[in-house]
Design a binder for this molecule. Structure first.
Ligand code: AMP
Length: 170
């Protein structure tokens, strides 16, 4: 099954010049969803995972599915103001301006083996910031995986030193 058939390109969304990779056709197709989940599981192999961290918001879908399959916990990393309990935050640079991500302080215990998941690896800034949050709480990052990587934006270079895997390359 060619999963790329279930990724829809939306030009100029959310702003001019960006080609948005829309995963909703994939989410809607039960067989494609199962195939994508199986393939993400293959990327992990038999590495031990305690916690799967999903990045808001499109990272949540598969992160939760993977957590269930791995018998691991699911932890959300969210945009500011969404998490109710005590949390830590990281602010990172975007092309124009900055962005902030947050995680609950008690979401990860020291030494937890962590898998980070998001839908798209673009410049890598979001994933790198997430790695920082996890490591500040004492988590050990086993792998960062993605449905797809936009290779021309060189996100992998920003994540040097981490195991990076993605199902589809563009
Ligand atoms: P970055 O920090 O540049 O790697 O951007 C990654 C984050 O932005 C992920 O959470 C993606 O969901 C989102 N993102 C970046 N570029 C795209 C794109 N072309 N299509 C869909 N989502 C994107």
């Amino acid at each position: 099954m060619n999963l790329k058939r279930y990724i829809r390109d939306i030009p100029d969304f959310p702003s001019k010049g960006i080609v948005f990779k829309d995963i909703t056709p994939l989410l809607k197709d039960p067989l494609a969803m199962k195939q994508a989940t199986d393939a993400l599981m293959d990327l992990i192999g038999n590495q031990k995972i305690d916690i799967v961290v999903g990045i808001e918001s499109r990272g949540f879908f598969f992160a939760a599915l993977l957590a269930a399959r791995l018998n691991a916990g699911f932890v959300p990393v969210r945009k500011p103001g969404k998490l109710p309990a005590e949390k830590i935050s990281v602010t990172y640079d975007l092309e124009y301006g900055t962005d902030t991500l947050e995680i609950h302080k008690d979401a990860i215990q020291k030494g937890d083996k962590v898998l980070i998941h998001d839908d798209v690896l673009a410049t890598g800034g979001t994933a790198k910031a997430t790695c920082e949050l996890v490591e500040r709480l004492g988590g050990e990052i086993v792998q960062c995986n993605f449905l797809m990587a936009l290779d021309f934006l060189k996100g992998e270079e920003k994540l040097k030193g981490y195991e990076i895997r993605s199902l589809m390359q563009y």
